[in-house]
Design a protein around this ligand. Sequence first.
Ligand SMILES: *Cc1c(COP(=O)(O)O)cnc(C)c1O
Length: 404
Amino acid sequence: MSDTSKLEDVAPGTLVVGAGRRKEWTGPVVNPPIWRASTHLYESTAALAEGPRRNEDGHFFYGRRGAPTQWALSDALTQLEPGAAGTVLYPSGVAAIAGVLLTVLRPGDVVLISDNAYDPTRTMGRGLLSDFGIEPRFFDPLDISGYEALFCERTRAVLLEAPGSLSMEVCDLPELARIARARGAISVLDNTWAGPLGFHALEKGIDITLMALTKHVGGHSDLMMGSASAGAEFYTRLRQRAQQLGTVVSPDDAALALRGLRTLHLRLKQETESALKIAQWLSQRGEVAQVLCPMLPGSPGHGLWQRDFTGGCGLFSFVFKGGDAAARNRFVDALELFGIGFSWGGYESLALPIDPATYRSCMAWPPEPSTDESRFGVRLAIGLEDADDLIADIEQALAAWNAG
Ligand SMILES: *Cc1c(COP(=O)(O)O)cnc(C)c1O
């Protein structure tokens, strides 16, 4: 294969196989070698004097600016995101969120944060950002006029996430981004769920899109990493701030992320198909009050997902009809093919008891329409096991739920 840095107009499967594999990074082999480096050596003092001035991508300078292994990954992610001029890598998804927010916010600013955002994002608002004189305000992303009313002169940025963490609501991202822009605020999207194959954030009006590569891109539950992609103006600012913060990723982890990336399209396709089958099955069960899976027709947010997204993944939630926390935990403990744990996006299935009410200030839980006694939920991350085996496992665990 020749240089793939100019892959255009190809389907996602082709894109993830070729992205970032520039000849200058890979040499004569398929993947870029792992360049372990702090010091980069110069030919002469004259070349050294040139080094710091070449503060642009793709030039050796010093380890903190990376080497071809990390550059190949950044390149690949930029190619996957239509409209992106570049991608900055961070040592975790949370570091990406912090790196982005510390780029765009200043003391005295207000940042609007989606009420159903990933909980550490909320914590960052009330901790790190508040400590630096930035005021977080939480909003219900399904209430567009309420959101619009929250803007003030000090509103510098909005942080969006869809589907919502744990509770999976899909909001009208293009409209929320449009309003932010009209009010002079920068829109940031945590696009970990859909990723660039499932939602073209920048094309839909988002200014900066970030994700936890820990999840689907890594894909094998063995690395922590994050990324942020943007057009030229914001990319330059993100890169400068990351340099100032000193955040770097190891070349070994970058190589693992690149390995994961090559099968991303295939894994997402399979996970989505299995998740849909399992969500459909669960929606027919008497024990289940509500399935919260945007890909499932009839599920909350399905219409907007269908309108705006180009793909899904294996992550969704459901709420039991009645029962209590003990019954819900009996169900999770009885599962044999699902691990119990945080994170998701690996090849293996996981289950997590969820109580979103603990993590929100203005949104309802459970989502309407539902009754008060139906509020004990479980989030499932569907992996690459056979869907029928997973269904059989869920069925036997539902027997444990019923047995109380
Ligand atoms: C996991 C996750 C993160 C954080 O990623 P880490 O790599 O674990 O720090 C951020 N956003 C969402 C939506 C996530 O699921």
